[in-house]
Write a protein that binds this ligand. Structure first.
Ligand code: CP
Ligand code: NVA
Length: 303
């Protein structure tokens, strides 16, 4: 098992399935109030260069439940915000802490950090990938459907960090993934090429949301403008106008389809209030599962 958790493609299907098995155990223990101090006395530094609600709280609570200590660090309040090199910060952190979680912009920043870190580094979101989120999403699908196998997944919206991570997941786990993105907002070409080269399943990109949603078991979307793209908001509102996850898009999907959204959601933009609050929505389980999946990741890497 790779020492760092930077992207799904660093792992085999068996390793990731192993994390789901551990997630199930840890979730059951937490629900039953059984102590599971697998990281007693250990410390996780959590470095944030972007805002967060779920990632911060779930890592912080998760570390506490594992008997360890989390440490919140905002780049702007640390020397990183004043330009201290990544490679210096990485080596210093490893002298104090047993693991580091980072949320930042470029994937190359987490890769460089990990390259200089003698302790495990976990990607808490970059512009390219959000691996902890997609692991939580898939765990939610497993809980609701028993398995991800044989299901058709649809992505409607931006070809962003979430879409790229879903593409890696489809190739690794072997499920069909249909993405509908506006022209000019397709997923990362390198990620797509990597996935198509190894995938035994179908990974398709279309510009038609209904085509992606047809007979889908799982419908997934995310904000039109991600963190760092705030200045593009009005241009994106125009480009994404037909890419809303609404009741009309549930029609072509399977009758029992699940709706996922990593949150935060912009109701009335990428998803409607009735869909996110409706009977198909699994978004609260999905958010909760960030906690359980990340505890498994930390326990495996730092235990
Ligand atoms: N889904 C997710 O990563 O949420 P936060 O931005 O609140 O951490
Ligand atoms: N694509 C979004 C995900 C937020 C959890 C972003 O990067 O802002």
């Amino acid at each position: 098992m790779n020492r760092h958790f930077l992207k799904l493609s660093d792992f085999s299907k068996d390793e990731l399935d192993g994390l789901f098995a551990m997630t199930r155990e840890l979730k059951a223990k937490q629900r039953q109030g059984i102590e599971h101090h697998l990281l007693k006395g250990k410390t996780l530094a959590m470095i944030f260069e972007k805002s967060s609600t779920r990632t911060r709280v779930s890592f912080e609570v998760g570390m506490y439940q594992l008997g360890g200590h989390p440490l919140f660090i905002s780049t702007k309040d640390s020397q990183m915000g004043r330009g201290e090199p990544i490679k210096d910060t990485a080596r210093v952190m490893a002298r104090y802490c047993d693991g580091v979680m980072i949320r930042t912009y470029g994937q190359e920043i987490v890769e460089e950090f990990a390259g200089y870190s003698s302790v495990p580094v976990i990607n808490g979101l970059t512009d390219l990938f959000h691996p902890c989120q997609v692991m939580a999403d898939l765990f939610t699908v497993i809980e609701h459907r028993g398995s991800y196998q044989g299901l058709k997944f649809a992505w409607v919206g931006d070809g962003n960090n979430m879409a790229n991570t879903w593409i890696e997941a489809a190739a690794i786990f072997g499920f069909d993934l249909f993405l509908a993105c506006p022209e000019g907002y397709e997923p990362d070409a390198k990620v797509l090429a990597w996935a198509r080269e190894r995938a035994t399943s179908k990974i398709a990109v279309t510009h038609d949301p209904k085509e992606a949603a047809r007979d889908a078991d799982v419908l997934n979307t995310d904000v039109w403008a991600s963190m760092g793209q705030e200045a593009e908001q009005s241009a994106r509102e125009k480009a994404f106008a037909g890419f809303q996850l609404n009741e009309g898009l549930l029609d072509p999907a399977k009758g029992n389809c699940m709706v996922l959204h990593c949150l935060p959601a912009h109701r009335g933009e990428e998803i409607t209030d009735d869909v996110i609050e409706g009977p198909h929505s699994a978004v609260w389980d999905e958010a909760e599962n960030r906690l359980h999946v990340q505890k498994a990741i930390m326990a495996k890497l730092m235990g």
